[in-house]
Design a protein around this ligand. Structure first.
Ligand code: PAF
Length: 286
């Protein structure tokens, strides 16, 4: 596996392969790789001839009171996973090469980024949209894979690629979960043992929402309250939002008439966790 740090060398490598007709798959990450990343990497490996994984903890998507400095950076462990999964290039640009002196341009985020994480983390999606655009420019992939765990991010990236004609095919893969259902996330390492035990309540809340939809409930307030009641059972966990949304626009719906996404964000101690479930409406007998 090659480790490339310079954006120009990265682009040179990709351009050579593209000229030979090789399809390039790309999994952008901030490192601290877990089984969720591994499943994206495996899928990309199957779908593409050559595979690039980027590891870059992007400072512009962190807020001033967020965890940039303490964000986990286990680079040897991350490279080992990439090697095990047959990654061709681990792209590890530095902050200085990504944002050199004089850097000015920011990608303005679309409406899908306004609510939910966009509201809770005001500059987050501008940082994501800008770095993803830059990484696509440097890696020049044919296809990039993202996890459904960051549902709003995946919708944003699809909109970005469409609006800016970036010519990258985007695939979104299902969330990988721990045995009890907790969504895998690099931030789970911040949870104490006790918090880890309680954190699964977010998934349980979303499941409760999905269950009432499957029984035929259409009123979003009732679905939301079913989710909230489960989360309230863990008195130490605070809810940021629980929402029933259109999965394309991420606008809340008042009544469930077709497929919806249930979005949730909670705080477990000082750790903020997000999760989501896509739910189809039950078929009605005619
Ligand atoms: O999902 C992530 O890890 C990051 O937001 C991404 C897409 C790598 C951009 O920094």
């Amino acid at each position: 596996m090659k480790i490339i740090r310079s954006p120009a060398a990265m682009t040179g490598w990709s351009e050579r392969l593209r000229r030979e007709g090789v399809t390039i798959g790309f999994v952008p990450t901030m490192g601290a790789l877990h089984e969720g990343h591994r499943s994206l990497i495996r899928e990309a490996r199957l779908q593409c001839d050559a595979l690039v994984v980027s590891i870059f903890v992007n400072p512009t998507q962190f807020g001033p009171r967020e965890d940039l400095t303490k964000y986990p950076r286990p680079i040897s462990h991350d490279r080992a996973i990439c090697r095990q999964e047959g990654v061709d290039v681990c792209f590890e640009p530095t902050v200085e090469t990504m944002y050199p002196t004089g850097f000015q341009t920011t990608v303005t985020v679309p409406a899908v980024a306004r609510r939910w994480e966009g509201e809770a983390r005001p500059h987050h999606f501008a940082g994501v949209a800008t770095v993803v655009t830059k990484l696509f420019g440097m890696v020049r992939p044919h296809r990039a894979l993202f996890g459904q765990k960051d549902f709003q991010q995946s919708v944003l990236v699809q909109q970005l690629v469409k609006d800016l004609n970036l010519g990258v095919d985007i695939a979104v893969r299902p969330t990988v979960r721990e045995q009890d259902g907790l969504a895998m996330s690099s931030r789970n390492v911040y949870l104490s043992q006790d918090e880890r035990g309680r954190a699964v309540v977010l998934y349980k809340g979303l499941q409760a929402g999905a269950k009432v939809i499957r029984t035929g409930e259409t009123d979003a307030r009732i679905i939301q309250s079913a989710m909230a009641q489960v989360i309230l059972q863990e008195s130490t966990i605070t809810t940021d939002y629980l929402a029933v949304c259109d999965p394309r626009t991420l606008e809340p719906v008042s009544s469930v008439t077709s497929r919806v996404v249930l979005l949730g964000a909670v705080r477990v101690g000082s750790v903020r966790l997000i999760d989501n479930l896509l739910v189809n409406t039950p078929r009605r007998a005619s």
